[in-house]
Design a protein around this ligand. Structure first.
Ligand SMILES: Cc1ncc(COP(=O)(O)O)c(C=O)c1O
Length: 487
């Protein structure tokens, strides 16, 4: 518990020092923990950066913190026992955990995505002005009178919410009843449950290359092998996939995000989907269709999903309200054959007894009252404006170095930089200048020249400011390349 001294006469740098020492003493920050950036600390304490620097220097001098050049400030293990009762080296213990930690770049992005002082140009999350906070509050108010605290349920999630989801899926040509739907805490949990409950170790998980999945440890943590299949302009190389299946002769599964894919925002054609389903039929290949961007279509309605075209039981379809309402709700779902859903529901009971009831009940009201659909039409108009705005700016300021295709839906602009731009340097230099972008190499080792920009996660002004900064960085890189050629 923080014991920060709020006395006005207490020097500000001592206030910061006390706060940091409290966190370490209470075991909240353990040995090896990286401290927030100076900029974030200055913001948190409402002081200038000189005060933060002063406090950090004092703590370093007493051995409580240490600097790693080019990396940041960390909790040191010297004098550790002087300030904390805790002697366990959690860092070493966690190195042997079953689940691998995220790679460095991903951890950096995750840390900076919550830093309010950064310009968020990469984040796959709606800007707060696009969340339907007011109307969702109305739904919470509507359900509050009839809400009763209750015991554990069967792990599948709120029955009424599953009924509405089933009805909405039927409208999209997917005929699953509520007993074939499992509510989960976001699409990511759906992927975790599937890998824990349905796949055996050593399974080959085929997926588009590039793919959002490469930026996560899901599947790999549980001993699955990821096998990228070339995915160019929304076309999965089905012949390549077939050759892989034949050669590997191992249990396999295909993960696809075929509508407004993260990160490319491309959609697979109807013909390409048919080819995939034919292959799935021939090789009894189960498919996970992650379809969480479907509702953010911009120019025309999204193409039919794989699940709606499947006349066998090959496809498990995942949805989520994270991209259209808000990630903090943590509501997603899996629709699939009833016995598979039953198995995943059982696993859910073993894991956490199911999702929290209140957000589900409020979400049900939000859907049946028509507020969700009203919000979607508002959202599409806003997202369309932002997409056009970003495309215009990219063309104006970055057009000399990048190629892109205008996305028809989703949240991202997938840029391909010419080979003279060092994207790794651009990423680090942009962070130094307060702009966060997502480099393509976190989505596949072959996408070193790509960057994923998001047109939904910042205000119009910040989008513009961020793109101008990217231009300045590239210009400066060009000047220094030029100088080094002649020096
Ligand atoms: C393709 C894809 N699947 C799943 C997720 C995770 O979504 P959720 O917040 O519903 O767990 C994301 C988040 O960015 C995503 O892009």
């Amino acid at each position: 518990m923080a014991r920060t001294n709020n006395n006005e006469n207490f020097p500000q740098y001592l206030r910061v020092m006390t706060h940091i020492q409290d966190k370490i003493r209470d075991g909240e920050w353990t040995y090896g923990k990286k401290l927030p950036s100076q900029r974030a600390l200055a913001e948190e304490f409402n002081v200038n950066r000189t005060t933060i620097v002063h406090a950090l220097e004092e703590l370093k001098a007493s051995g409580i913190l240490e600097s790693k050049p080019g990396s940041g400030t960390y909790v040191s293990n010297q004098n550790w026992s002087d300030i904390s009762n805790q002697v366990i080296d959690w860092d070493t213990i966690s190195q042997y955990s079953f689940h691998a930690g995220s790679p460095r770049t991903i951890r950096k992005i995750n840390d900076l995505e919550t830093d309010a002082t950064m310009i968020q140009l990469g984040k796959g999350e709606l800007h707060s002005s696009l969340f339907p906070t007011k109307t969702f509050r109305e739904s919470i108010a509507n359900v509050s009178e009839s809400f009763h605290l209750s015991g554990y349920d069967d792990g599948k999630g709120d029955f009424h919410l599953r009924e509405v989801l089933s009805f909405r899926l039927q409208e999209q040509g997917i005929h699953y009843s509520s007993s074939s739907i499992l509510i989960v805490s976001g699409a990511l949990q759906a992927l975790q449950l599937i890998s824990m409950g349905l796949l055996q170790q050593g399974t080959y998980v085929y997926l588009e290359q590039p793919s959002y999945i490469y930026s996560l440890q899901v599947f790999r943590s549980l001993g699955m092998h990821l096998k990228g299949i070339p995915y160019v302009s929304g076309e999965l190389d089905v012949r390549y996939l077939e050759n892989q299946i034949r050669a590997n002769k191992k249990p396999s599964m295909l993960y696809l995000n075929p509508t407004f894919q993260n990160p490319t925002t491309k959609t697979m054609s109807w013909k390409n989907k048919q080819e995939v389903l034919t292959l799935a039929n021939a090789y009894q290949l189960p498919i996970i269709e992650d379809d969480i961007y479907r509702d953010i279509w911009l120019d025309r309605e999204a193409e039919p999903s794989l699940a709606s075209m499947d006349d066998g039981d090959h496809v498990l379809r995942i949805g989520s309200f994270s991209k259209t309402v808000a990630p903090s709700l943590r509501i997603g779902w899996i629709a699939g054959p009833e016995d598979v859903i039953q198995k995943l529901g059982d696993l859910r009971m073993q894991t956490d007894y199911g999702s929290s009831a209140l957000p589900q009940i409020a979400m049900h009201d939000f859907l049946v009252s028509g507020k969700y659909d009203e919000h979607l039409s508002f959202l599409r108009k806003q997202v369309l404006k932002r997409r056009d705005f970003m495309v215009q700016l990219v063309s104006l300021h970055l057009g000399d170095w990048v190629e892109w295709e205008v996305p028809e839906g989703g949240m991202f602009l997938w840029l391909t930089f010419s080979s003279d731009v060092n994207v790794k340097k651009l990423f680090t230099e942009a962070i130094r200048r307060g702009v966060l972008i997502n480099p393509g190499y976190i989505y596949s080792p072959y996408n070193n020249q790509n960057v994923r920009l998001s047109y939904v996660s910042s205000s119009f002004q910040k989008i513009e400011a961020g793109i101008i900064i990217l231009r300045e960085i590239i210009k400066a890189m060009e000047r220094s390349n030029y100088r080094s050629c002649f020096s």
